[in-house]
Design a protein around this ligand. Structure first.
Ligand code: LLP
Length: 391
């Protein structure tokens, strides 16, 4: 993880920048603290994520807050952080301008903001699953091209707001730099035209750097940075701080989901390996038809049999796909590349406990977050019925 962060920093060649780690990918304290120690900032999307980033020692000056719908309490938290609030609340609609201004007025602070534009990319240009492509016209994210002038005018009219930067995010799990660069170019064009009237401090080209889940990924995270820096230079914006918001690429490969075999089921010529981890622990295969590589706990002498690896959850989509393993069922498997959007998207569906987390560095365990007892779930469910009976 540290090496990944260092490789990204190096790609900036000493130019002013912030690697704002997208906390949503993996919010475990040891992970966020390790990235903070490597000089990363944070991209957050909720009050709790903001509170966590601050608690992990990330400077408010290196935190940006994205998201289409922020509560007043969340805006207040962003405004109250540090001596001047966070680096930027990323405004995602014309309507949000007045809301942020009102909270700034109430808190007696100037809100540092950036405008997140929707780059209106052709959905086919964004080479990823439809659910994680954000930079197209049909997405809820960012200010549409047609509304950008209106949003900028509204910001200019609000004395409580200071426009610090412009932001864009094309999508996630991009396995080529093209869409990222096209989105950045749209952003830089706007920044160039705006600068004559308005000083800017940063441009933020978002996250989305893809990783190799087994089917290959020809580009490295640093390639995105290098490609976008070349555009930034071409646009004459070299003096602006460049923010990027990687999540997955910093953490995915560093986490595995470990599952024990509960049972094998062989029927009608098909082998099912029923394991004790399910879609509640790792939702990506069910939600995005994502494929994660799976390896047995001990390497089989002859991987020769196809197994459908599935979990215990009562859903057909609780299915990790067909994998070639030994004929004899393994005692358990490791599901690879689960370090991003694994635990953070886990749920207690079917009354299942959230997974335990074990943190390893240099071959040794440095921290363990134990699994909560399953009875916690029963207590929680009962508590809600007691509360409603009282009210
Ligand atoms: N910045 C913004 C504004 C974002 O919306 C996202 C991700 C990121 C940065 C970080 O993107 P990354 O570098 O991690 O690709 N749950 C899905 C991914 C959802 C991504 C949402 N936004 C998955 O498991 O593939």
């Amino acid at each position: 993880m540290a090496a990944g962060a260092r490789a990204l920093h190096a790609a900036f060649d000493g130019a002013p920048h912030v690697v704002a780690y997208a906390v949503k990918a993996n919010s475990a304290g040891p992970v966020v603290k390790a990235l903070a120690a490597e000089g990363c900032g944070a991209d957050v999307v909720s009050g709790p994520e903001l509170g966590l980033a601050l608690a992990c020692g990330i400077s408010p000056d290196a935190i940006v807050y994205s998201g289409v719908a922020k509560t007043d309490a969340e805006l207040d938290l962003a405004l109250a952080a540090g001596p001047r609030g966070i680096a930027a609340i990323q405004i995602e609609s014309v309507e949000e301008v007045a809301r942020v201004a009102a909270r700034a007025r109430t808190s007696g602070r100037t809100a540092r903001v950036s405008l997140r534009i929707n780059p209106a990319l052709d959905a086919d240009v964004i080479d990823t699953h439809a659910h994680i492509a954000t930079g197209h016209d049909e997405a809820k994210f960012g200010v549409a091209q047609a509304d950008v002038t209106r949003a900028l005018d509204a910001i200019a009219r609000a004395p409580e707001l200071s426009l610090e930067g412009l932001t864009v995010h094309a999508g996630s799990q991009l396995t080529a730099t093209d869409a990222y660069v096209v989105a950045a170019r749209t952003l830089f064009d706007l920044a160039r035209s705006l600068r004559a009237r308005h000083p800017l401090r940063f441009v933020d080209t978002g996250g989305g750097f893809g990783i190799d889940y087994g089917a290959g990924c020809p580009v490295e995270p640093a390639d995105f940075v290098r490609a976008v820096r070349a555009e930034q230079k071409r646009a004459g914006l070299e003096d602006l701080i460049l923010f990027v918001e990687p999540g997955r690429s910093l953490v995915a490969a560093h986490g595995v989901l470990v599952a024990a075999t509960l049972q094998a089921k062989v029927t009608r010529g098909r082998r099912w390996l029923l394991v004790d981890a399910g879609m509640n622990d790792l939702l990506r295969p069910a939600l995005y038809q994502a494929r994660h590589r799976i390896v047995p706990w001990s390497a089989p002498a002859h991987p020769e049999a196809e197994w459908s690896v599935v979990g215990p959850v009562c859903e057909s989509s609780d299915d990790f796909g067909v994998h070639v393993l030994a004929e004899a069922p393994p005692d358990g498997v490791a599901i690879l590349d689960a370090g991003a959007y694994g635990y953070t998207m886990a749920s207690r569906y079917n009354g299942r406990a959230l997974p335990a987390e074990v943190f390893v560095r240099d071959g040794g365990v440095i921290a363990v977050a134990a699994r909560r007892p399953e009875s916690d779930w029963i207590d929680d469910r009962l508590a809600s019925s007691v509360a409603s009976a009282r009210s």
